[in-house]
Design a binder for this molecule. Structure first.
Ligand code: COI
Length: 358
């Protein structure tokens, strides 16, 4: 990826921690998103401007109970990762895509956009400062979570006048450690047409917790969401976009206003094309999927997301009927994941210039 020139006028302050917590972390034994690095980035939007950018030791923030985020949910976030290669160089993967998406989410949620130069300066300096937290090895990376909250102390149902933009980082391992069994939604919905499904709005995730908990009680790991009008078309899985391999064609839903425009999704589409795999971006009906499962032409289903990377799905259930998939010798999921991770970790060539060196 081309280096973005930074405008250094922001006076990004850096306060380093006096004592790193890294020695206290058992990197072989922690769950995704539960441990945070030594530093964080914080910047406030006050009186129409993003001001006071600072990198400082990871710590609590203080907000009054009237802060608008608690009442009207003006909150958006991003998910991205840093990888360490065998020479200990640290790389981001397509960070320009996350930058563009957080501002698309911002526009939809009536949140002010964040400046590109400050985003990149904060991101690169923060990851550089905490680079010891980026571990090498299968499934290991540093998960980076930029987010914005409305924090005006007022409870009128109007957009907040002040905001906090932050970046926190968490060492990451595999998000899903086994093949998944999913339920295809036939009652609840994740997103409706005209709504905020395409934005990485915090509420999109909260709204899935209850139906996903119900599905988990029935023995499923996740839900594949369908369109909210008729529950006919397969959309996404909430933590990841989904791909279906029917015969030798890879099919995924187009990114409409109800589907997140996943960075991993678009990378997998490109890598599949680079591998000569036929890709169709089209709306797929659950009935077509069931027919393909019954006649044996459905070979694979997998999810793709930053946290999930490429996660294979071994079975799906729809309206009480369970369909199980056989393991493929030439698995597209495995091949595409290998290529993707190879590019992310600087093991493979990067023909599309996606890597960004810290
Ligand atoms: C990501 O993959 O970055 C996401 O935001 C999904 C989240 C549920 C961890």
């Amino acid at each position: 990826m081309n280096f973005i020139p930074f405008n250094m006028d922001h006076n990004l302050k850096i306060l380093k921690t006096e004592k790193s917590k890294i020695q206290d972390v058992d990197f072989n034994n922690f769950s995704f998103g539960s441990v945070f690095t030594d530093h964080m980035f914080e910047c406030d939007f006050i009186d129409g401007k993003w001001i006071n950018p600072i990198i400082k030791p990871y710590q609590t923030i203080s907000v009054e109970p009237s802060a608008s985020v608690f009442h009207y949910g003006q909150a958006i976030f991003e998910g991205m990762k840093a990888y360490k290669d065998k020479n200990d160089e640290v790389w981001l993967f397509r960070p320009d895509q996350n930058f563009e998406r957080i501002n698309r989410s911002a526009v939809r949620m009536a949140i002010p956009e964040f400046p590109k130069d400050l985003f990149f300066e904060a991101l690169t300096k923060l990851v550089d400062l905490d680079r010891d937290w980026v571990k090498k090895g299968e499934g290991r990376s540093l998960y980076i979570r930029p987010f914005v909250i409305g924090n005006e102390y007022a409870i009128q149902a109007v957009p907040s006048k002040s905001y906090k933009f932050m970046i926190i980082c968490a060492p990451a391992t595999l998000y899903y450690t086994k093949k998944l069994k999913v339920k295809v939604a036939d009652k609840f919905s994740r997103a409706a047409s005209g709504g905020v499904g395409y934005a990485k709005a915090a509420g999109n995730y909260a709204g899935q917790f209850y139906p996903t908990n119900l599905a988990k009680k029935e023995g499923f790991d996740q839900i594949i969401w369908t369109d909210s009008n008729e529950h006919n078309y397969l959309e996404e899985a909430g933590t990841m976009n989904v791909f279906f391999r029917i015969n030798d064609t890879l099919i995924t839903a187009p990114t409409t206003d109800t589907i997140l425009d996943g960075v991993t999704r678009k990378s997998i589409i490109q890598i599949a094309k680079d591998n000569g795999i036929s890709v169709e971006i089209k709306k797929l009906k659950i009935e077509e999927l069931k027919t393909a499962a019954k006649n044996g032409s459905l070979k694979e289903i997998f999810g793709a997301g930053t946290a999930a990377v490429v996660s294979e799905i071994k079975a799906f259930q729809h309206k009480g009927e369970l369909y199980e998939l056989e393991t493929q010798n030439d698995s597209y999921a495995q091949r595409l994941k290998g290529n993707l991770v190879g590019i992310q970790t600087n093991e493979l060539d990067d023909p599309h210039n996606w890597r960004f060196k810290i």
